[in-house]
Design a protein around this ligand. Structure first.
Ligand code: MSP
Length: 644
């Protein structure tokens, strides 16, 4: 079965940042993994070049729109080329074939009766290229997604009958629980659809930078809505509407997106596909956000980290390793130079690099760089079994996009290798004239390194080729089959000396400022690291007691209309009247289930306004990839009891 893997197409309103690099690295690693397994795989990335946001950015730059788009699109493509991203096609929405494909799709949906003309009046956020209803706005004006001011727009528009697909979408989610990955993200989508879908305005008359209407409809004032245009890239890249020879790759096996654009991919996109009578992608893989100093990074905020700068300082493969190892798929991650250096030094340099050096050194010393595997099974059955168990477990992690678990497990192989060397001490065996045994251990570890580098290849292609070169074999589909699937050992190693792969990093290689830690105080942060509590900044006990935490009981709870996330609770803290707490927990708790249950409340927060409602406290909760749970007293306590 063929595989089709996509990244979102990136807006050309600014240079690539680390968030874009992350999506691209995951997709690239997945595509390389499938190719290594011998799957017929097609990997797509590209740029999104239409819409009001790009039109405005081009105007600001003073350049003609196309020239502006050409430059930024090229900067993405050049960067991916420099990073050796293995895409099979780089699509631009300004490509002629793409526009033809979008017009074709529009025509098909129109002829089916799924697109009709009407008037639209609504609040438009240019930054998110999305309409919102009055109720969805924060304080009647601001975009609920990015917080920017919205504009009121009334215009003639063509509408897509999104509402018609409500039931079919809900059925699809329930029949295919892995459609949205990680699964914990599915609830927010399902609740959104259950909340009722309004038909979607899919054309604009207020600007011109977009795909024109199909000839057959002839309505030149309209251009297509940028999201309709952009989402279609996933099929126009395969020739939809023109030469369809690549359409055999459809449906996509996985479409990677950031959590912010999940709704477009998990609701609008499948509805469009249903209307086009095309199958839906197998998975939409939604990853979290990379923050800087705990803050969302975005081109429009201007607080971005350049992946080129990081790669120049630390090497692109180290960056790939770090990003894929550091963050569980679906969760947010904070980019810290310190954490990056730690992983380079301990995991890459110590665990992997040193193991290779030891094998190069011992093989040279004991047998002139030539070792065979004849005695490995005789002396190392236990290690071989342990190694095979690890290797067998890896595929499942990759299929679930859990790259951090994949790498974590893969690293067990190096522990098996290092432990075998310590336990069997080949240098002692050599002294005792037990050369066969000594060489069997060296050969065991050489085999471990060979197999591990095959599995690490999709994430660190060059580095692993260097390891393969040192061990004198090639990483390709046939070595994958022999060494991983058939579990064979490499018969003979002619070992070559290669320079150390991962020089230790002693000092940050980039200026601290752009990668500063949250609340950066360097000394405190360093102290915290010594205590192996890398994520936390140490505080004085007094600082902790500045926070008033209290046990409360929920006496009333209701859903906040038009919000998928919020519940409005009345929480008794033993004061003269219950406090109103607006909490973003609706995806995880129903209002009824909370009544009469105890919660822990931060009681001295300044009141905040959420969707126009005052919130006078915050509930303690813990959230991981499996969802959110409230932190509650183990046994019931009197309301108002202080926690600390
Ligand atoms: N053009 C649309 C996508 C259309 S796909 C049919 C778009 N472009 S974008 O350039 O704004 O974002 C592209 C991707 O980068 C999104 O998946 C987004 O989630 C991701 N990221 C942007 N900033 C990010 C972080 N700070 N961290 C992680 N990923 C983030 O949306």
């Amino acid at each position: 079965m063929s595989k089709y893997i996509t990244t979102p197409i990136y807006y050309v309103n600014g240079e690539a940042h680390i968030g874009h690099a992350y999506t691209t690295f995951i997709a690239d690693s997945m595509a390389r993994y499938e190719k290594l397994k011998g799957e017929d795989t097609y990997f797509l990335t590209g740029t999104d070049e239409h819409g009001q946001k790009i039109e405005e950015s081009a105007q600001k730059s003073g350049k003609p729109t196309q020239e502006f788009a050409d430059e930024i699109s090229a900067s993405f493509k050049n960067l991916w080329d420099e990073f050796e991203i293995s895409y099979d096609k780089f699509i631009r929405t300004t490509d002629k074939e793409h526009k033809i494909g979008v017009q074709k799709a529009f025509e098909v949906m129109y002829n089916k009766g799924d697109i009709y003309k009407d008037f639209y009046e609504g609040h438009y956020c240019v930054s998110c290229e999305t309409f919102f209803t009055e109720m969805q706005l924060v304080d009647g004006e601001f975009c609920p997604d990015c917080g920017r001011s919205t504009n009121v727009i009334k215009e003639e528009s063509y509408f897509f009958r999104l509402s018609k697909y409500e039931d079919a979408l809900l059925k699809h989610y329930s029949d295919n629980p892995d459609f949205i990955m990680p699964r914990s993200r599915a609830n927010e989508v399902i609740n959104f659809v259950k909340g009722g879908l309004r038909d979607l305005s899919v054309t604009r008359t207020s600007f011109t930078l977009g795909v024109k209407m199909p000839e057959s409809i002839k309505d030149d004032k309209h251009v297509m809505y940028v999201w309709l245009d952009a989402l279609m890239n996933y099929i126009t890249a395969l020739g939809y509407g023109a030469a369809e020879e690549k359409m055999r790759y459809w449906p996509a096996s996985v479409q990677f997106v950031g959590k912010d654009i999940l709704r477009f991919h998990a609701i609008y996109w499948p509805a469009f596909l249903m209307s086009l009578d095309l199958p839906l992608p197998k998975h939409i893989g939604a990853h979290g956000w990379w923050t800087r100093d705990g803050e969302k990074m975005s081109k429009s905020k201007g607080n971005v980290i350049s992946p080129k700068q990081v790669a120049d300082a630390y090497g692109v493969e180290n960056l790939r390793y770090f990003m894929l190892r550091e963050v569980p798929f679906g969760q947010d991650g904070d980019f810290s130079q310190r954490a990056f250096i730690d992983r380079i030094n301990s995991e890459l340099s110590n665990d992997l690099g040193n193991l290779l050096n030891r094998i190069i050194g011992m093989s040279g010393k004991y047998s002139d760089f030539e070792i065979d595997s004849v005695d490995v099974l005789k002396y190392h059955k236990k290690e071989i079994d342990a190694m095979n168990l690890v290797l067998d477990s890896l595929d499942a992690f990759m299929q679930n996009f859990q790259t951090h678990r994949y790498l974590e497990e893969l690293w067990r192989l190096f522990s098996i290798g290092n432990k075998a060397i310590e336990e069997h001490a080949p240098w002692v065996k050599m002294k005792e004239n037990r050369k066969d045994e000594a060489l069997a251990t060296v050969a065991l570890v050489a085999n471990i390194l060979a197999k591990a580098s095959i599995m690490l290849h999709p994430i660190m292609p060059h580095t692993t080729n260097t390891i393969a070169d040192a061990l004198n074999f090639n990483i390709d589909n046939s070595s994958y089959k022999e060494l991983i699937l058939d579990k064979k050992l490499l018969k003979l190693f002619n070992i070559k000396v290669v320079p150390p792969l991962f020089p230790r990093v002693e000092e940050p290689l980039m200026p601290e400022a752009p990668l500063a830690q949250p609340n950066a105080n360097k000394e405190i942060a360093q102290e915290a690291e010594k205590c192996s509590r890398k994520q936390d900044n140490l505080i004085e006990i007094g600082q902790f007691f500045e926070t008033s935490l209290k046990v409360g009981i929920v006496v009333a709870a209701e859903e906040v209309p038009k919000s998928n996330k919020l519940l409005k609770l009345q929480v008794d803290l033993g004061e003269d009247k219950p406090r109103q707490v607006v909490a973003g927990i609706r995806e995880f708790y129903s209002a009824e289930s909370l009544i009469n249950t105890q919660v822990c409340v931060v009681a001295n927060l300044k009141p905040a306004k959420l969707m126009g409602m005052v919130s006078e406290g915050m509930l303690l909760a813990a959230k991981d990839e499996d969802g959110l749970c409230l932190i509650r007293p183990e046994k019931p306590k009197k309301v108002g009891t202080p926690i600390g």
